[in-house]
Each structure stands twice: as structure tokens, then as C-alpha cells.
Write a protein that binds this ligand. Structure first.
Ligand SMILES: [Zn+2]
Length: 112
């Protein structure tokens, strides 16, 4: 640290300056570092509330918006190509499941 009066380098734990005799107030020195520490904590905690969405919800949104509609589309197209009427019906249901899941998760994304 440096003396606040003469500006010379002095030992960290000095209670007075060995060069000019100025009293060293450690309260002023430690206060900004505490502020800096709390500031660091603030910036560390900062990004979390900004995102505000827990990890499971991210995963749920990704699964819901990508995988379920994709699976729905795949099954839907696959079954709709089938000549079997029952499978065509199942294909339509799968397509709707995919579309609905996609729309619901779009809502999730906009609300999150
Ligand atoms: Zn000094």
C-alpha cells in the first residue's frame, strides 16, 4: 500500500507511515475492497436472475419445441403414407401432437 500523505510505499499492516509519520487508517483501505467483493458477488449472482429459468425448464423447452414436434412429424408423415386407415388416423394424431407441443412450448418460451 501507499501512504496517503507522501505517497511512498509502506508495509500493508502499517499503522503509520515510516517516512512522514502519517497515521494510516485501515478502515478506508478495507472498505473499498469489501465493496469490491460484494460487487463481484453481485455480478456473479447477476446473470442467474436475468435468465431466471431453471435448467430443467430449458431442457423441457428444448425437448418440447424440438424433439416432440420432430417425433410427431416423423410418426405423422410415416403413418400418413401408410395405406392402413387406422395408421393414417394415428399419423394425423401424431402430427397434431407435434404441432400442439410446438405451440405450447412457444408460449413457454415467450413467457420465460
Ligand atoms: Zn507518508
Amino acid at each position: 500500500m501507499f501512504c496517503s500523505k507522501c505517497g511512498k510505499k509502506i508495509p500493508e499492516d502499517s499503522s503509520f507511515c515510516p517516512f512522514c509519520g502519517e497515521n494510516i487508517v485501515h478502515g478506508e483501505e478495507s472498505a473499498p475492497s469489501e465493496h469490491a467483493a460484494s460487487g463481484e458477488k453481485g455480478t456473479q449472482a447477476g446473470p442467474l436472475p436475468v435468465r431466471g429459468v431453471p435448467m430443467w425448464q430449458h431442457i423441457a423447452i428444448i425437448v418440447g419445441t424440438i424433439f416432440i414436434p420432430l417425433i410427431g412429424l416423423m410418426f405423422g408423415v410415416y403413418y400418413l403414407r401408410s395405406a392402413d386407415a387406422a395408421k393414417k388416423k394415428a399419423g394425423k394424431i401424431w402430427l397434431w401432437v407435434g404441432i400442439v407441443a410446438f405451440l405450447i412450448n412457444l408460449l413457454f418460451i415467450f413467457m420465460a
